[in-house]
Design a binder for this molecule. Structure first.
Ligand code: ADP
Ligand code: MG
Length: 448
């Protein structure tokens, strides 16, 4: 049975934009349920302001409809990560087993800010992120040997995933480590509200009593004087007491504009590892693993189709996969290369390199070691006819040109010849492995 708060969250989730839900509602948990009121714990006071301002009515509506009465909602800040909020499921178990269990659960489930969905198991390693992955593992093995660990790389390349996975594994491996993951935006907002509400002592106790502090997207504090100052002292306190600091950023420390020099140099004290855009094989592996997570079968050619077009951002890669999954289920069609072409036609067209018939003819002629003029000739020998059919097939696949236009560019053939070629090659794919390899390789050189 789902706990009360989980049910409420499900309701709320339906009404909110996904990212708003994930930021503002996901990290909340229930602390107590009274007759007329419930108490919800949130990560910091900034959440209280924000929830009251933007989400209270949606929350109230959900709570009242599930409780079937008017319930008052109170929020408390989970001030000290050592004094955790009870997660909703813990609370439910506690209820069924009695109050002592609640206390026990409270002690064993501190608020960490970590999302258990990020693990090392579902992090695909390729040459693009091998070093960062190894560095993170080394930090897990020998806490504070490498301090700080600084992971940098472009947007959507897996920084958050990697450092969260590191946190999750540390939680599993070590008992009683006080660990907190925040984005630097949360750090800054936490600082602002603490300053406004005379809460600096609590703020400092919270951050400086940790064994491991993760700050994601640390570049965000650059140019913010007070935040940099406070982070500098937090860093020093933790570092001097041999506590681990793990940071991520979109740039190498020296390249972060407006970052204070004293912070920059500290960021370079430990181990710095970069994450680069993934190479094709890694992109395919990621797509396949995400498809598995969604429990859908992703044919190899569709994985390649997407991976060949989305090159620099794993988040976009995931977005493309979600799109084809959605389209497939809406249309009730299996995921196939045809569905993929249909589904991404407009999206990929704009950013794809424009491929001309000339490019294709050149690549095909080169591969089969014949002349482009042979492709346009009327020669019927197999060593010319097959390459010509391959070239026509590729023109249909890779350009938006009409059958007529394609035919014309092959020495004035008509559209039925192009259709015939297309069918022939598709048939050969099934019978003749050599042709399908040839087409794949040629396609790669053209799309490069
Ligand atoms: P960043 O923090 O660098 O902007 P994220 O960590 O948020 O990027 O990654 C974006 C998405 O891509 C996430 O959903 C993440 O799970 C996924 N992702 C990134 N790298 C990998 C990887 N190596 N293996 C599997 N999934 C990955
Ligand atoms: Mg991130």
């Amino acid at each position: 049975m789902k706990s009360f708060w989980n049910q409420c969250k499900e309701e709320i989730k339906k009404k909110l934009n996904k990212s708003h839900y994930e930021i503002w509602l996901e990290p909340t948990s229930i602390v107590s349920v009274g007759d007329k009121s419930i108490t919800i714990s949130v990560p910091n006071s900034y959440y209280i302001d924000r929830i009251n301002k933007d989400y209270l009515s949606i929350i109230k509506e959900a709570v009242n409809s599930i409780a079937k009465k008017d319930v008052n909602i109170e929020f408390i800040v989970n001030i000290n990560p050592l004094e955790p909020a009870v997660s909703s499921t813990d609370h439910e178990q506690g209820n069924s087993r009695g109050g002592d269990d609640i206390d026990r659960q409270i002690k064993t489930a501190p608020f960490t800010g970590l999302n258990p969905r990020y693990t090392f198991n579902n992090f695909i390693v390729g040459s693009c992120n091998q070093f960062a992955h190894a560095a993170a593992k080394a930090v897990v093995e020998g806490l504070t040997t490498y301090n700080p660990l600084f992971i940098y790389g472009g947007v959507g390349l897996g920084k958050t995933h990697l450092i969260q996975a590191t946190g999750n594994i540390i939680l599993n491996k070590y008992d009683n480590k006080r660990l907190l993951y925040v984005t630097s935006e949360v750090f800054v907002n936490d600082l602002i509200t603490s300053l406004q509400h005379n809460g600096m002592k609590i703020f400092r106790d919270k951050y400086r009593s940790l064994d491991i502090l993760f700050v994601d997207d640390i570049h965000f504090i650059a140019g913010k004087e007070r935040s940099q100052e406070e982070f500098f002292h937090t860093f020093n306190t933790l570092f001097e007491s041999h506590k681990q600091i793990i940071l991520s950023s979109d740039k190498y420390p020296r390249e972060i504009p407006k970052l204070e020099e004293r912070l920059r140099s500290r960021f370079e004290w430990g181990l710095i590892a970069d994450i680069q855009p993934p190479e094709l094989e890694t992109r395919i592996a990621i797509l396949k693993q995400k498809a598995e997570e969604h429990r859908v079968t992703l044919p190899q050619d569709v994985a390649e189709f997407i991976a060949n077009r989305v090159k620099s951002n794993i988040r976009e890669l995931e977005g493309s996969l979600s799109r084809i999954i959605a389209v497939s289920s809406l249309k009730g069609k299996e995921i196939s290369i045809h569905l993929a072409e249909d589904c991404f036609r407009d999206i990929f067209k704009t950013r794809e390199k424009v491929i001309s018939i000339g490019d294709i003819q050149k690549a095909v002629a080169e591969y089969f070691n014949i002349k482009v003029s042979d492709l346009k000739s009327k020669k019927r020998e197999r060593n010319i006819a097959i390459p010509r059919q391959v070239a026509m097939y590729l023109c249909k696949e890779l350009t938006n040109l009409s059958l007529e236009d394609i035919g014309k560019s092959f020495g004035g053939k008509d559209h039925s010849t192009v259709i015939h070629s297309q069918r022939k090659i598709e048939r050969l794919f099934k019978e003749n492995n050599e042709i399908s390899i040839a087409v794949k390789l040629i396609r790669k050189t053209i799309e490069l």
